[in-house]
Design a protein around this ligand. Structure first.
Ligand SMILES: C=Cc1c2[nH]c(c1C)Cc1[nH]c(c(CCC(=O)O)c1C)Cc1[nH]c(c(C)c1CCC(=O)O)Cc1[nH]c(c(C)c1C=C)C2
Ligand SMILES: C[C@H]1O[C@@H](n2cnc3c(N)ncnc32)[C@H](O)[C@@H]1O
Ligand code: SF4
Length: 449
């Protein structure tokens, strides 16, 4: 792989391909009525997963790119939980039979900001309205700075069996610069509380490319993580997009590492984690060899959804809450992102769909190719085209694919496209060669590395 080319590709702004087409291509043609009809058409043999979004935090981390707002009082949060319940009832009422659910994910924001009894009520409602098997995976995103024992216990009681903790960086200088002070002791105490509640499958989120972060500081954070032995880690490159996340202006741009430094940081974290016994999953996840994500990766059963890499092979993803995205066989739906407008829409109709996308045959083909490439770092375009009953030649002849092959980012054998390990961090670049909408979104994406 040519180093200069690799760094030029790494500086490109590209989608993360958590869906195809990506969210910027959704339109208001998909309304709540369309969603209700799509739900009504679901066949009983489909497996479903649920995503519930809680868009509140007690304090803003300056780097944050998630859909969240600072909420200091509890009353609006309780009101929001009631709206989530109304949405759950409405959706369940639109489906002609109880959906079989294998995975539930609470994301945010900080879902553990709700009161313990509210969380238990939400879980009880989900169990009443859906067919949640005894081995359903229930995962919750957690802010370790705010986790208290009663909530940890409620999570365990409610059936949570996976927790994802925001760690980001253990470096005190970096923590000051991002307005997120969180000692190693606080993180360790959260892990301990979760263990006591019976929740042993833990994920840590880390970020590189933050202000004042260095290769050395990234290595040190990764080493500290090893001591706590989470089953998984997600390692994201800081996406600095102050034009649509204005609080990111509080980040000192002069202290941000450049593209070459970001690449060294990502590689340093990978090196420490792999030396510590973790396997690399896709371009930004790491997992212990006996973790379900590692097993799924080895068996070619890895998938990609809005949370990133997953072993979840669901046919239907139902999203609840402000900004939540759903994926049905017919296409994507997205809820209103602003909590106040979300509340109003739920009050009026019980649904808050404002955008979406009806998939075409060509979208399904490209979505399959991009997902396999993002998950396996290789894709048999010939086999996927055969399944879709179409000719692989136009895809294999895409000019961008020729470019990345010429520059050593991918190899082609017959109709198989393979990404060599040294180009793993650039897999989005190769996936983009199969994206028919590339460059049409008009919105800023984050850097490829
Ligand atoms: C918990 C917070 C979430 C993060 N990302 C998502 C959630 C729920 C999901 C998400 N992120 C983006 C989209 C749009 C469509 C897509 O690319 O597939 C969705 C559904 C895009 C996005 N993510 C970040 C930014 C700045 C953008 C917009 C620009 C772009 O499309 O690239 C930053 C960011 N947010 C999160 C992560 C992990 C991340 C960057 C590494 C959290
Ligand atoms: C859900 C996870 O997303 C990551 N995260 C949140 N905001 C950003 C951003 N701007 N860039 C990269 N990663 C981010 C954090 O690691 C968080 O824990
Ligand atoms: S990173 Fe997590 S805790 Fe921080 S503002 Fe974003 S959602 Fe809230």
């Amino acid at each position: 792989m040519n180093e200069d080319k690799a760094s030029a590709y790494g500086d490109e702004r590209l989608p993360r391909y958590t869906s195809y087409p990506t969210a910027p291509h959704f339109s208001d043609a998909v309304t709540a009525d369309v969603y209700a009809r799509w739900l009504g058409e679901l066949s009983p043999d489909l497996s479903a997963s649920l995503y519930l979004h809680v868009p509140f935090c007690r304090q803003m981390c300056w780097y944050c790119g998630c859909n969240t707002t600072v909420m200091r009082s509890d009353a609006p949060i309780s009101a929001y939980v009631a709206e989530l319940c109304r949405e759950i009832d409405t959706v369940a009422g639109c489906v002609p039979h109880p959906l079989t659910v294998g995975h539930v994910h609470f994301g945010g924001g900080t879902p553990t900001i709700v009161a313990p009894h509210e969380f238990l009520a939400l879980m009880a409602l989900l169990r009443r309205r859906f067919d949640l098997g005894p081995d359903a995976e229930v995962a919750v995103e957690i802010d370790p700075r705010r986790l208290e024992r009663p909530m940890a216990q409620a999570l365990g009681e409610g059936g949570v069996n996976r927790a994802s903790l925001g760690v980001q960086s253990f470096d005190p200088l970096v923590q000051q610069a991002i307005n997120r002070v969180q000692s190693y002791a606080v993180t360790a105490a959260s892990v301990e509380m979760l263990h006591e509640a019976g929740i042993t499958a833990v994920n840590f989120d880390l970020i590189y490319g933050l202000p004042h972060q260095t290769v050395q500081s990234c290595r040190e954070t990764a080493r500290q993580c090893l001591a706590l032995r989470p089953a998984r880690l997600s390692v994201f490159g800081y996406a600095h997009v102050p034009s649509f996340k204005p609080h990111q202006r509080l980040i000192d741009e002069a202290a941000l590492p450049n593209g070459a430094e970001r690449r060294r940081q990502a590689e340093a974290i990978a090196e420490v984690l792999c030396a510590g016994g973790y396997r690399r999953i896709g371009f930004d996840h790491y997992a212990l060899p006996d973790d379900e994500l590692s097993i799924a990766e080895r068996e070619g059963r890895l998938h990609r959804n809005f949370q990133g890499y997953t072993s979840d092979a669901c046919d239907v993803l139902v999203g609840f809450g402000a900004s939540a995205i759903g994926r049905l066989p017919q296409g994507y739906v997205q809820n209103e992102p602003l909590p106040r407008r979300y509340s109003r829409l739920i009050g009026e109709r019980g649904l808050a769909t404002v955008k979406g996308y009806a998939l075409t045959a060509d979208d399904r083909l490209r979505a399959d190719i991009i997902e396999r490439l993002m998950c396996d770092l290789a894709v048999d375009v010939g086999a996927i085209c055969a399944r879709h009953g179409t000719d692989p030649a136009p895809l294999m002849n895409a000019p961008r694919l020729g470019d990345v092959v010429r520059d050593g980012l991918a190899r082609i054998e017959g109709h198989v496209v393979r990404v060599p390990d040294e180009a793993r961090f650039l897999v989005r670049t190769i996936a983009a060669a199969f994206d028919a909408y590339l460059g049409q979104g008009g919105r800023a994406h984050s850097r490829a590395v």
